[in-house]
Design a protein around this ligand. Structure first.
Ligand code: HEC
Ligand code: HEC
Length: 364
């Protein structure tokens, strides 16, 4: 009986989602029947029936998921334990952390890196765009500093080649920290005794340790510690129960739809650039990577953002215009893939995204 049912189901190629809906509605209908039936023989029959559908659906679900593990492991990569030797580089990291929280790096001592990239809030400020030292806002959303170390380059348009090159940008950016020039930054820090010692310790044997590029080096070392393992990594490392059934179904849909062609690898993004509006135009004045390369093909091209901790890092997109994750998923399917998605897709992909949220805490 069970074998036959399974065969029928396989032939019809019911999706697992359909099976569950079918199972749940049949189950409810049968419970009503059991309740209404006076004959106890019929009651037993209905109970056996309901149990057999139950085991058939679980079996079908299991089969479904064993199939794709190879592809999952080819598409994504578990996060490594560490990107920097935290013992050997303890002084450098400690200095980087101090600088990351240092409000004196802004012209009026009002903001630090942490104002826009809060480490106790998944590396973001949850603002569409961020207020700088004068409260003025730039045109782009602050991406998270978490896992940025995995990206091929930094910024939405990839204009900084790595974290060290990136970190020295905001200090002089007039809408961000607004310091007038490099010399002013060095002179300000040199007047703080502890920094003179800290830089000497972090860059031993160098004649000049308190230099502008070294500020970037130290901050970058600290940022390399901001990497966030999650349940998805446990899953990739072989713990099949690390994800709930719905989360696995979301993962399957995410891959099946084509999202993982762009959001892949260790950060589920960050490893290449793509145009926003690949299939259906996305209206934005921001020309993205074109501003860096001046190549026509790079208009509206952005670095594919990482999706680690994505449930916590809204609002979304380079312009911060998308308030909810539901809308972000729907817009992605429309603009990048030319597809419509239903509520089932959104709910399941969201469930999968929850498995990308870290439990790791970073303190000040
Ligand atoms: C006023 C808010 C603000 C401050 C202060 C600020 N940032 Fe940012 N940060 C941003 C914005 C906005 C972007 C994106 C800009 C772009 O792509 O053009 C960004 C981008 C980044 C990125 C790139 C991440 C990625 O995915 O590409 C890193 C890393 C980063 N900031 C680190 C820092 C560090 C380190 C400091 C302190 C030295 C700092 N930020 C100060 C707002 C801020
Ligand atoms: C062709 C490549 C491509 C495909 C396919 C794609 N994305 Fe994206 N995704 C991007 C790019 C590029 C961005 C950044 C767009 C921007 O901000 O302008 C992005 C942004 C996002 C964001 C917002 C991230 C943030 O931090 O703001 C989410 C969420 C997202 N994608 C989910 C998905 C989902 C779900 C799918 C499948 C339905 C998908 N993406 C398919 C390239 C892609």
């Amino acid at each position: 009986m069970k074998g036959k049912l399974l065969r029928v189901l396989r032939i019809l190629n019911y999706s697992s989602e359909y099976l569950i809906t079918l199972y749940n509605s049949t189950k409810n209908a049968i419970f009503v029947l059991i309740y209404l039936t006076k004959e106890s023989v019929l009651k037993v029959f209905f109970l056996i029936f309901i149990m057999s559908i139950g085991s058939v659906t679980t079996h079908a679900q299991k089969r479904n998921f064993q199939l794709k593990m190879k592809r999952v492991k080819r598409t994504f990569k578990a996060i490594p334990k560490s990107l920097i030797d935290e013992v050997k580089n303890a002084d450098l990291i400690a200095l980087g952390k101090k600088l990351y929280f240092e409000k004196k790096l802004s012209v009026n001592n009002s903001i630090s890196c942490n104002s826009c990239h809060q480490v106790d809030n998944f590396g973001v400020d949850n603002e569409p765009t961020s207020p700088g030292h004068e409260g003025k806002r730039g045109g782009r959303n602050s991406p998270t500093t978490f896992n940025a170390a995995f990206h091929i380059s930094q910024f939405w348009d990839g204009r900084a080649k790595d974290l060290a090159a990136q970190a020295i940008g905001p200090i002089l950016n007039p809408v961000e920290m607004g310091m007038p020039n490099e010399a002013a930054v060095i002179s300000k820090l040199s007047k703080i005794k502890s920094y003179v010692t800290d830089f000497k310790k972090a860059f031993p044997g160098k004649e000049k340790s308190l230099t502008y590029p070294n500020i970037g080096m130290a901050i970058a070392a600290y940022e390399k510690t901001l990497i966030t393992p999650s349940r998805f990594d446990d899953f990739l490392n072989g713990d099949e129960n690390a994800l709930t059934f719905q989360e696995k179904r979301g993962l399957k849909k995410f891959m099946g739809k084509g999202c993982a062609t762009c959001h892949r690898g260790v950060a589920l993004g960050g490893d290449h650039y793509f145009k926003i509006g690949l299939v259906n135009e996305y209206k934005t004045k921001d020309m993205g990577r074109f501003e860096v390369t001046k190549r026509d093909g790079d208009q509206k091209v952005f670095k594919v953002p990482s999706l680690r901790n994505i449930m916590k890092t809204g609002p979304y997109f380079h312009d911060g215009s998308v308030k909810t994750i539901d809308a972000a998923i729907e817009l992605m399917a429309h603009h990048q893939l030319g597809q419509k998605v239903g509520p089932g897709f959104i709910e399941d992909v969201k469930a999968f995204f929850t498995s990308l949220t870290t439990n790791k805490k970073f303190n000040k």
